[in-house]
Design a protein around this ligand. Structure first.
Ligand code: PGA
Ligand code: ZN
Length: 430
């Protein structure tokens, strides 16, 4: 089938940090529509597609009028009359229209909103949910295992602690719905523990509790206690995962730990993190070293072993050739997949394919600046990605995504939503 694009509209909407962002809405000859909103990061990698902002005084410089002009002008002219079913061809046309290596001319935000809107419109034209459209005839769908932030630190919490995300993964949950139930209990227990200790002070950017701790280890201790307080066996039922987001405080092999008031080198970072791996039930650790510390990432990955996920975010920026290069080097073993880092659906898919070709695990991820848009959940289910990271278990831009997973489970007629078999994760044998 084919269905022609009759209009492309870019409009300014607002994200979870109260900043402007780009929404693209596409209408087809059949009358079907598709729409998507660009998210935004705060701890960004330098090789990401450019999040084009206007600068100046309005809205702290975050306005997106030039990206919107691109959508409503050049991009609308390019896509008008084209067949919406040709995602790869349309993405390639968008990339060459932009003409830069980093999507800096039209804006990665303009392109990702448009590319995702094309996918939504193509799904609507076939009267399919997006996940099924992306599944391209597959029937073996499952829900992704949630990775959920309990404490939010780093750039998302005024650098109150160095580590950006203290998360949990309900590795022992029987299904997706139970993983959310266990997460809800741990999130509540963590809040109560902090209240009892007089440390409760609201939530960070992605909805995790604001980390009013003296240092990183104190946050880890609280997280471990929260898992126990909620009644789960640490490691067996609920495990810990971390996003160190080390690019934010490391450069040139030096790392400045603000809360611990000391500076350490790459080997010192590795030693500290390996110490945490030995003392806490951690199954995944993201950006343990900075994006410019490939040798540190290689050393850390070798020392951490294959039993845990060493997740690359800033180091690979959802880029297929960067993933292939990291794999050759032996740096990391898991790809964080963020559509707006790549800029189009096709490039996001190419990054996933590169990760799979390298034998890596993959995690689809939202950004710290989010909206009601739930496209990432559909990408994870449609593409058969085993894990999903969208921030905490609070605030509607996060819950919209967890809740969408429950609806998909129901549409699949799966009780609670099947998870991938435990044996297919690095911690499977644990
Ligand atoms: P960001 O953080 O969206 O602010 O970049 C998320 C992450 O680092 O994974
Ligand atoms: Zn990250």
């Amino acid at each position: 089938m084919s269905d022609r694009i009759t209009s492309v509209v870019g409009r300014r909407v607002w994200d979870s940090r109260g900043r402007p962002t780009v929404e693209t809405e596409i209408t087809l000859a059949s009358g079907c529509t598709g729409r998507a909103i660009a998210p935004a990061g705060a701890s960004t990698g330098s090789a990401e597609a450019v999040d084009l902002r206007d600068g100046g005084d309005a809205f702290g410089g975050y306005d997106v009028q030039s990206a919107l002009r691109a959508v409503n002008g050049e991009i609308a002219a390019l896509l008008g009359g084209r067949d919406v079913m040709q995602q790869a061809e349309l993405d390639a046309a968008l990339i060459s229209l932009d003409g830069t290596p980093n999507k800096g001319r039209l804006g990665g935000n303009a392109l990702v909103a448009t590319s995702l809107a094309i996918a939504h419109a193509a799904a609507a034209a076939q009267e399919l949910p997006l996940w099924r459209h992306l599944g391209a005839g597959r029937e073996d769908f499952f829900l992704p295992l949630p990775e959920v932030q309990i404490f939010g630190g780093g750039a998302h919490a005024g650098r109150r602690v160095d580590v950006q995300d203290f998360m949990i993964i309900a590795v022992g949950a029987a299904d997706y719905a139970q993983a959310l139930e266990w997460t809800a209990e741990v999130y509540r227990a963590a809040g109560r523990l902090m209240a009892d200790a007089g440390l409760l002070a609201g939530v960070a950017d992605e909805g995790g509790w604001w980390p009013a701790f003296d240092n990183n280890e104190a946050a880890l201790d609280f997280l471990l206690r929260a898992i126990e307080r909620a009644g789960y066996t640490p490691g067996q039922e609920v495990a810990i995962s971390l996003d160190i987001a080390a690019t934010d405080f490391g450069r040139g092999g030096r790392y400045r730990l603000a809360r611990d008031a000391r500076e350490i080198d790459s080997d010192g970072m590795c030693e500290m993190l390996l110490g945490w791996l030995a003392r806490y039930p951690i199954v995944a650790i993201e950006d343990p070293l900075a994006e410019d510390d490939a040798e540190g990432l290689r050393k850390f990955s070798a020392a951490a072993g294959s039993g845990i996920e060493v997740v690359a975010d800033d180091f690979i920026c959802t880029n297929a050739s960067r993933i292939a290069g990291a794999a050759t080097l032996g740096a990391c073993n898991t790809a964080l997949i963020k559509p707006n880092q790549a800029g189009t659906v096709s490039e996001t898919r190419a990054a996933l394919d590169a990760a799979r070709a390298a034998g890596w695990q993959s995690i689809v991820s939202a950004r710290s600046g989010e909206t009601e848009d739930v496209s990432v959940v559909h990408l994870a289910v449609g593409w058969g990605v085993k894990q999903l990271k969208v921030g905490s278990f609070a605030r509607s831009e996060r819950m919209a995504k967890w809740n969408e997973g429950l609806r998909i489970a129901e549409a699949l007629r799966q009780t609670g939503g099947n998870l991938p078999p435990r044996a297919s994760f690095p911690w499977g044998g644990a």
